[in-house]
Design a protein around this ligand. Structure first.
Ligand SMILES: C[S@@+](CC[C@H](N)C(=O)[O-])C[C@H]1O[C@@H](n2cnc3c(N)ncnc32)[C@H](O)[C@@H]1O
Length: 280
C-alpha cells in the first residue's frame, strides 16, 4: 500500500513537471524554503508579538483564551474547528465592546455563528452564505463531493436550529451593497479574492457603526504561491492598504495561526485584520 502511494506521488510529480515546469520549479523552491523556515521557527516570539498586538488594541489575549477555553469545554464541537486565532480575538472583543448587532459574511457550517451567539448573548446576528444550489457554493470548500456537501448543510442547519439570535440568509454578499442596516461588528469571511472581498470591505465600511469593528479573515500580505478568487489572494490587504493610505481606516494585523506548520514561512502565513474607520 505504502509503495503504491509513493509510486502515485512520483508519477504525479513527474506529470506536473512535464505539464507546467515553471510552476514545478517554483513549488520545489517553495517547499525547500518552507522546510528551512519551519526549522528556524520560534513560536514563543510570535506569541509575544501577538500579545503585544492585543495590548495595543486594548484587548487582553490571556483572559480571551480563558473565555474561549471555558466555552469550548461546554460546547465540545467548538473545539473541532481549526486552531484559528479568530476565536480568541472574538472572545477578546466580547469582553471590551458593547456589541448589539453583528454581521457574518460566510456562514459555512455555522460553528462560528454559534460561537459568536454565545460570546455576544445580547446581540442580534445576521449570517449570510451563498444559496445551496449556487455553482460557486457547490464547487468550493470540497463541496464538489456530494456527501461532504450534504453533511455540511446538515451540520449548519442543526447548529442554526439551536440558536434563535442567529438569522441566516442565503444570498451573495455583493447584494449587501443595497443594504441599509447598521452593525457594531462585521466578520468578513466569504470569498477572499478580487473582486468580492473588495466589495465586502467597502460595503462593511458603509454598514458599520462609527465605533464598530470590522474583522477580515485570511489576509495574505506576501504573495501566495497560487492566487485565486476564493481562498488565497492579496486582495484584502491591497484594499485595506489603499483605504489606510487615504486616511479612511486604521488597521492592525493579528496572526491567524501560531503553529509552526502554518505560521513559520511568510508565504504561507495569514492574518486577521482588525479594522476601524476614521470617519463618522
Ligand atoms: C471560510 S468559510 C466561512 C467560515 C466561517 N465564517 C468561520 O469563521 O468558520 C467561507 C464561506 O463563505 C461563503 N462565500 C463565498 N463567497 C461568498 C459570497 N460572495 N457571498 C456569501 N458567502 C460567500 C462560502 O460558501 C463559504 O461557506
Amino acid at each position: 500500500m505504502f509503495f503504491m502511494l509513493s509510486l502515485f506521488r512520483k508519477i504525479f510529480f513527474l506529470r506536473q513537471a512535464i505539464i507546467n515546469p515553471t510552476y514545478f520549479v517554483k513549488k520545489i523552491k517553495f517547499e525547500i524554503n518552507n522546510l528551512i523556515a519551519k526549522k528556524k521557527y520560534k513560536k514563543e516570539l510570535f506569541i509575544e508579538k501577538q500579545n503585544y498586538l492585543y495590548e495595543q488594541n486594548n484587548l487582553n489575549r490571556n483572559s480571551a483564551i480563558k473565555i474561549f477555553f471555558d466555552l469550548s469545554n461546554k460546547y465540545e464541537f467548538l473545539k473541532s474547528t481549526s486552531s484559528s486565532e479568530h476565536q480568541i480575538l472574538l472572545s477578546a472583543i466580547s469582553e471590551k465592546q458593547n456589541i448589539k448587532s453583528i454581521l457574518e459574511i460566510g456562514t459555512y457550517d455555522a460553528t462560528n455563528s454559534f460561537l459568536i451567539s454565545k460570546l455576544f448573548p445580547n446581540s442580534n446576528i445576521d449570517t449570510i452564505d451563498l444559496p445551496d444550489d449556487d455553482e460557486i457554493f457547490k464547487n468550493s470548500y470540497g463541496r464538489e463531493n456530494i456527501k461532504k456537501l450534504n453533511k455540511l448543510i446538515d451540520t449548519r442547519n442543526n447548529i442554526l436550529k439551536k440558536n434563535t439570535s442567529i438569522n441566516f440568509s442565503q444570498r451573495n454578499s455583493v447584494s449587501l451593497t443595497a443594504e441599509k442596516k447598521k452593525y457594531d461588528l462585521i466578520w468578513i469571511d466569504g470569498a477572499h479574492g478580487y473582486p468580492v472581498v473588495t466589495i465586502d470591505i467597502i460595503n462593511s465600511l458603509k454598514l458599520i457603526n462609527s465605533h464598530g469593528v470590522i474583522l477580515c479573515d485570511d489576509v495574505w500580505i506576501d504573495k501566495p504561491l497560487v492566487q485565486d478568487e476564493m481562498y488565497n489572494s492579496l486582495a484584502s490587504y491591497e484594499t485595506l492598504q489603499q483605504l489606510k493610505t487615504n486616511n479612511l481606516i486604521n488597521f492592525s494585523l493579528f496572526y491567524k495561526r501560531l503553529d509552526m506548520k502554518n505560521n513559520s514561512y511568510k508565504y504561507k502565513r495569514k492574518y486577521i485584520a482588525f479594522v476601524k474607520k476614521n470617519y463618522e
